[in-house]
Design a protein around this ligand. Structure first.
Ligand code: TGC
Ligand code: FAD
Length: 388
């Protein structure tokens, strides 16, 4: 396989530090050497490559921007570059890293007790333990504020009752960050695998994100000690703040999937001949390739500026929403166009665009649907929330 050089028409890479370029090169090598050779097999069998998790940890790719014991603490632009490279491999790979870092390590680092941080963060950062994040319920997806899972006081502890659906890593996780309605509003808990009454069930029949585990979490009168509560998490704003972190990574990740589709389509169009000429020589094909490159370049510029703002501590929700909304829709368009340029070959798993296309349908829905991000930006610019 030819070495992947990246898609960087506007030389945005020149604006990166040596450290940022170095991390990007490391992740690129990991994806090329360790992940791409096995992705087809895992996508076909509906499994995540568990044996790669220690390498993800040792390379510092789990929770790269999280600050805490054992965490890499590399900053947001680096985190974005990591997501871009991982999702070039597959959205399922980036999903694994997003959930572990942004939705499990970040809430523990931000809302957890010192004991929770000491116990979990080094293990999660190294990939020795796996986490998942339970917010969505069967009847409460875009509107998590309606959640029905309850946390009832029980002496010094709590009884958790309810269920969560569509949970990434549900069946792999050693610990679940779970959100429930308690006497003080929404509260967060760490629930360990093996706790009596807690179980996970796989979701079968997915045609998207097959190389990622998705499942249901069930809490049947689960007794938790007081120490299981995330003491700093108060109200719905706590889980929603975690989403900002993950949505940021998705905005970058989508660019990686789009770039892989573009590069695959360009290589194919140069090699494949019809009417005795390469496909790339036809004006209509060039128009499609230029359209893809233009949108990828705009999305890259958006990500870089967003990363720099986040590195400066500027963390505004609508900015992240605009980038997640734009870049995922852009990547879906690129995947569809690349699939088209590949003709019939585009519908097989020999080429990546069909896999990216299927994956990106989930990415469009999770972490706030395209519509919800439209409404978040709409509320910001008009001052009129229109969610309900
Ligand atoms: P609303 O009244 O607007 O807000 C309640 C409180 O939360 C604050 N807030 C936020 N804080 C931090 N970050 C955010 N993104 C925030 N959004 C809102 C808000 O200021 C308020 O604070 P306070 O102190 O005044 O109480 O809440 P709402 O019920 O009207 O809902 C607003 C809405 C629709 C935007 C929100 O519910 C939403 O974002 N819905 C989408 C749900 C979603 O994104 N779920 C994702 C689940 S996790 C997932 O998909 C993982 S996939 C992982 C993978 O595999 O990669
Ligand atoms: P709904 O909320 O029912 O929305 C259905 C449609 O209605 C969408 O098009 C939506 O945009 C539209 N809609 C809803 N409300 C409005 C409105 N007010 N105005 C206009 N249109 C609206 N959740 C977790 O908690 N943890 C996870 O790890 C996790 N991983 C996931 C992995 C995968 C593969 C998938 C597919 C989902 C995952 N989710 C996870 C759940 C995900 O966050 C939800 O699917 C998402 O929030 C949307 O909820 P829903 O599917 O119930 O759709």
């Amino acid at each position: 396989m030819a070495e992947y050089r990246g898609v960087d028409f506007y030389r945005l890479g020149d604006a990166l530090s040596d450290e940022e370029r170095g991390v990007r090169a490391t992740v690129r090598r990991f994806v090329d050497r360790s992940f791409l050779p096995v992705v087809r097999e895992h996508f076909a069998s509906g499994t995540f490559p568990l044996d790669l998790i220690p390498e993800l940890g040792s390379l510092g790719l789990l929770g790269p921007a999280v600050e805490g014991p054992g965490c890499p603490g590399l900053g947001y632009t680096v985190y974005g570059l990591i997501c871009e490279e991982l999702e070039r491999g597959d959205s399922g790979l980036r999903s694994f890293a997003s959930v572990q870092g942004s939705l499990v390590m970040w809430p523990i680092a931000t809302f957890g007790s010192d004991e929770q941080k000491r116990r979990w963060l080094p293990e999660l950062a190294a990939g020795r333990r796996i986490g998942c994040f339970g917010l969505t319920e069967a009847d409460h997806g875009s509107d998590p504020g309606g959640m029905e899972t309850t946390a009832t006081p029980d002496g010094d502890g709590w009884i958790l009752h309810g269920s969560k659906l569509w949970i990434t890593n549900a069946n792999l996780a050693d610990v679940a960050v779970v959100w429930a309605r308690g006497p003080e509003g929404v509260m967060g808990f760490l629930v360990e695998r093996g706790t009596p009454g807690f179980s996970a069930n796989p979701i079968h029949g997915k045609w998207s994100l097959q190389a990622s585990d998705t499942g249901e979490l069930v809490f049947d009168e689960v007794k938790l000690p007081g120490s299981a509560r995330l003491p700093g998490a108060r109200g719905l704003r706590a889980p929603l703040a975690c989403l900002n972190e993950a949505r940021y990574g998705i905005a970058w990740g989508a660019v990686g999937a789009a770039a892989d589709c573009y590069q695959t389509a360009l290589d194919y169009a140069l090699a494949r001949k019809q009417f005795d000429r390469p496909l790339a020589s036809f004006q209509l094909v060039q128009q499609k390739l230029v359209g893809m490159l233009t949108e990828i370049t705009k999305a890259q510029a958006l990500c870089l500026q967003l990363g720099r703002l986040k590195d400066r501590g500027i963390n505004e929700v609508p900015l992240v929403s605009l980038a997640k909304r734009n870049n995922v829709a852009m990547a879906l368009d690129c995947a569809r166009t690349a699939r088209d340029i590949l003709g019939a070959a585009g519908i097989t798993d020999e080429f990546s665009p069909g896999r990216h296309l299927a994956n990106l349908e989930s990415v469009k829905t999770y972490e706030g649907t395209h519509d919800i991000h439209t409404l978040i930006v709409g509320a910001e610019i008009t001052g009129i929330p229109s969610f309900r």
